[in-house]
Design a protein around this ligand. Structure first.
Ligand code: HEC
Length: 125
């Protein structure tokens, strides 16, 4: 009985800490102190983001919202909200948002890459 309870407690503690760890940055404005670190570790660099998005154009198109061929709809990225893009790409990367193509794309990116891409795309008109 006892080892079981200890194991259950350990699992619970793990879950609680990982849930906490995911909170900062996930939702909108948190106190400056809590977000300061995340902001310094992943600050988007638009120039680098530009280089990382060359492969996206095949589908997201030069104007940002149509696949070149075959011609099916893809979401518009140009000028999209930066945080929205970060959330979308992070979702694909972590598998919380499912789409085989975009998951394959996003899994090759680090959080820094994602921040850079979002910074770049958000500057487009
Ligand atoms: C093979 C085609 C293809 C390529 C290449 C591709 N995408 Fe996508 N992308 C899609 C499709 C289709 C969707 C819509 C998926 C869905 O419904 O979740 C999408 C969705 C997205 C979204 C979510 C947009 C929203 O409004 O929710 C983002 C952000 C995104 N792509 C970024 C990128 C970036 C950045 C690249 C390049 C690194 C890229 N994509 C390359 C086809 C592609």
């Amino acid at each position: 009985m006892r080892p079981l309870r200890i194991a259950a407690l350990a699992v619970f503690t793990l879950l609680a800490t990982s849930a906490q760890a995911q909170q900062p940055g996930a939702s909108a404005p948190a106190p400056a102190a809590a977000t300061a670190q995340a902001a310094t570790t992943v600050k988007g660099n638009a120039e680098r983001g530009h280089e990382l998005t060359f492969t996206c154009k095949g589908c997201h198109g030069v104007t940002g919202y149509r696949n070149a061929y075959p011609n099916y709809h893809v979401p518009r990225l140009a000028g999209q909200n930066e945080q929205y893009l970060i959330n979308a790409l992070t979702g694909y990367r972590e598998g919380t948002r499912k789409h085989p193509t975009m998951q394959a794309q996003a899994q090759s990116f680090s959080p820094q890459d994602i921040a850079d891409i979002a910074a770049y795309l958000a500057t487009l008109k």
